[in-house]
Design a protein around this ligand. Structure first.
Ligand code: RET
Length: 278
């Protein structure tokens, strides 16, 4: 169903360029996130570290994906010819297996919930995410339409559970967030749901009549765009939330310090008559 020889030279080159672009975005985002880490309060630094780790893992895998793509075919006398090495689709799935649970943990960490809620939500959502990826793989590498459809359905079960948890479960926690970041955290949860919804749709394209070279282009370009949004754009959003929350926390600390200033003012007032008297 997804044979490389059905690609035109243009399509083969376009996909290779997209992988190279993905590598550049992931590597640059990693550097940026880690360099910015010290600008957020210590409570949020772990979220930024993990955010950079996610894009670092992705940069490594995009490098491998790019090499595998290069090795899987050559262009001779105006045609794309498979070398027989095959294009390794496992890199993408290993990347997701590692990064998707981490992305959820990142979102939970930046909310700074209680320790027990952080752990229980991370285990539940992270576990469901790993299951979703594992169940998707057999269908991704199968040439059978039926196999692809069955594993799509199986993988959709943990997927829908995660979406439900994010939309319903996190709502209450979001309502307890400081006003300044409520909107941004909401946006992050929506970004997760919207960008994640892209994957099962892309996976289905070969089943709904997109065939040949066009199917390979749709799947590879679709996943690459979704990865950039789900990891790099999301990472920057998490950084923005962490910066705002750090400022909000520092603001609260200053307000707390206003109390002694008040009594200092009283002291000042007490000092005034003395001044007048002098
Ligand atoms: C699969 C198989 C078909 C059904 C479903 C899938 C979901 C995949 C998702 C992947 C998310 C990846 C992310 C990567 C990070 O950059 C496995 C395609 C539901 C949601 C967020």
């Amino acid at each position: 169903m997804l044979e490389l020889e059905s690609l035109s030279i243009g399509q083969y080159g376009f996909i290779g360029n997209a992988f190279s672009f993905g590598l550049a975005v992931m590597a640059a985002t990693t550097l940026f996130l880690w360099l910015m880490r010290s600008t957020v309060a210590p409570a949020y630094q772990m979220a930024i570290t993990i955010s950079g780790l996610v894009t670092a893992i992705a940069a490594y895998h995009y490098f491998q994906i790019m090499l595998s793509w290069d090795g899987a075919a050559t262009v001779t006398t105006g045609e794309v010819v498979a070398t027989g090495e095959g294009f390794n689709r496992a890199y993408r799935y290993v990347d997701w297996l590692l990064t998707v649970p981490l992305l959820l943990v990142e979102l939970i960490l930046v909310m700074k919930l209680s320790n027990s809620e952080t752990v229980s939500r991370s285990v539940k959502l992270g576990g469901a995410a790993a299951l979703m990826i594992i169940l998707g793989y057999p269908g991704e590498v199968s040439d059978e339409v039926g196999t692809r459809a069955i594993f799509w359905i199986l993988s959709m079960i943990p997927f829908l559970y995660i979406v439900r948890e994010l939309v319903v479960g996190l709502k209450e926690s979001i309502s307890q967030q400081p006003e300044e970041v409520k909107g941004l955290i909401n946006a992050a949860a929506i970004l997760v749901v919207a960008s994640w919804a892209f994957y099962p749709i892309v996976y289905l394209l070969p089943l709904v009549g997109v065939t040949g070279g066009a199917a390979i282009v749709a799947v590879e370009i679709g996943y690459t765009i979704a990865d950039i949004v789900a990891k790099a754009v999301f990472g920057i959003l998490i950084l923005t939330i962490a910066i705002r929350k750090s400022k909000a926390d520092a603001g609260n600390a200053t307000t707390a310090k206003v109390e002694p200033t008040k009594s200092a003012k009283e002291g000042e007032q007490q000092a005034k008559p003395a001044k007048q008297g002098a």
